[in-house]
Design a protein. Structure first.
Length: 72
C-alpha cells in the first residue's frame, strides 16, 4: 500500500456465508500500513488484557509486558 489512504478491513475480507467461505487477504499479515494502523487503533488506544491473576504469584508482585510497542 504505497499510497496513504484510509484502510478498511472489509476490503481485505471475503465473508460468503452461503458458500461457507471466510478468508483474509494475506496483506493483513505483511503490509506495513496495516500494521501501523493496528498498533495505533488496537494496542495504543484500547484496554488490552495483560495477564491472568494466576501469573502474579504473591502480594506486591508485578508483571511486565509490551502492549504493541509500549512497555507496561
Amino acid at each position: 500500500m504505497g499510497k496513504k489512504q484510509e484502510i478498511k478491513f472489509e476490503d481485505f475480507l471475503i465473508d460468503d456465508k452461503e458458500k461457507g467461505i471466510y478468508r483474509t487477504d494475506r496483506r493483513v499479515f505483511t503490509d506495513e500500513d496495516i500494521f501501523e494502523m493496528e498498533m495505533k487503533t488496537i494496542f495504543e488506544k484500547n484496554w488490552v488484557y495483560l495477564c491472568h491473576e494466576s501469573q502474579i504469584k504473591t502480594p506486591n508482585s508485578f508483571f511486565t509486558v509490551y502492549m504493541g510497542r509500549q512497555p507496561v
